[in-house]
Design a binder for this molecule. Structure first.
Ligand code: OOG
Ligand code: NI
Length: 269
């Protein structure tokens, strides 16, 4: 197998754990029980633009042999997403979404445009886009204005390119036999879960159950100083076999719609 993809994933994990302390804490909690954590998927966010869209973010994964699989539409949130998977089951799936800029107008669109105008010449970018961090400067007032119409846009404005979340593959746990049991353990240990639409999104009938923490708050530099905003979260997924006996490898739009809200300000206490 191409080792550079494993290096990239390690690098993404290293940056992610630095801004989401929940990741290490949950790993510790599970490894203290003797568990080995398997990562189900990694997620990235972006804006729909030829320079930085899904196709661009997917490049290192496609080069490593990943293939495009499902696609998902989120009308109310004005998002489109695709997932990519590799025949080597050791490699996590990759879920990439993009904000449909054409569906916005006026001040909102102008604010995003001011960020995109600062993009470097993307052909000169020496690292994969998914590790590039934030490629623009932004005033906190713009972050706040964006969040009124799209929490996703505000999150992108603040953080740019990094893994938005990693995901524990619950099927691979040996001491915890359901997502409900894992959720109970996490809540008892003091982790706050995203309760939008119920802590567990999905069901065995759609072959996927998911839950997630509420994003950790991080200090982010804006033009006018540092502000604390929601950063990254941790997700937990349990997959079920389909009638043909194969494990469901896709995502469920109705559930994903609520998982996106793990970074919403409204969930912060
Ligand atoms: C992605 C939310 C959806 C899933 O597994 O359904 C998702 C995001 O928050 O960027 O990760
Ligand atoms: Ni996810």
């Amino acid at each position: 197998m191409d080792r550079s993809i494993e290096k990239l994933i390690e690098q993404l994990w290293d940056s992610y754990r630095k801004i989401n302390p929940q990741a290490d804490q949950i790993h510790q909690l599970l490894s203290d029980r003797g568990e080995t954590i398997v990562n189900d998927h990694i997620a990235f966010r972006t804006f729909q633009d030829p320079r930085i869209g899904i196709d661009r973010l997917a490049i290192p994964f496609l080069e490593a042999g990943y293939q495009a699989a499902g696609e998902y539409h989120f009308e109310a949130k004005k998002l489109y997403a695709r997932h990519f998977q590799h025949i080597d089951p050791v490699l996590p799936k990759v879920f990439i979404s993009e904000l449909l800029l054409d569906e916005f107008s006026g001040e909102f669109r102008d604010t995003i445009q001011r960020m995109l105008d600062q993009l470097p010449d993307m052909t000169s970018l020496t690292q994969p886009l998914c590790t590039a961090g934030r490629l623009w400067e932004v005033p906190y007032a713009d972050y706040e204005a964006l969040s009124e119409q799209s929490e996703y846009a505000a999150w992108m404005a603040a953080h740019g390119y990094c893994a938005n979340h990693f995901t524990v593959f619950v099927n691979a746990l040996t001491t915890i036999d359901s997502l409900q049991a894992l959720n109970t353990l996490l809540v008892n240990e003091g982790f706050a879960l995203n309760q939008e639409g119920g802590a567990i999104k999905g069901s065995p009938e759609v072959y996927l159950e998911q839950s997630s923490t509420i994003a950790s708050v991080v200090d982010v530099p804006f033009n006018d100083g540092v502000h604390a905003v929601p950063g990254c979260y941790y997700e937990f997924a349990r997959r079920y076999c389909q009638p043909d006996g194969t494990l469901f490898e896709g995502f469920v739009a109705k559930s994903a719609d609520k998982i996106f809200e793990s970074t919403d300000k409204k969930l912060q206490n």
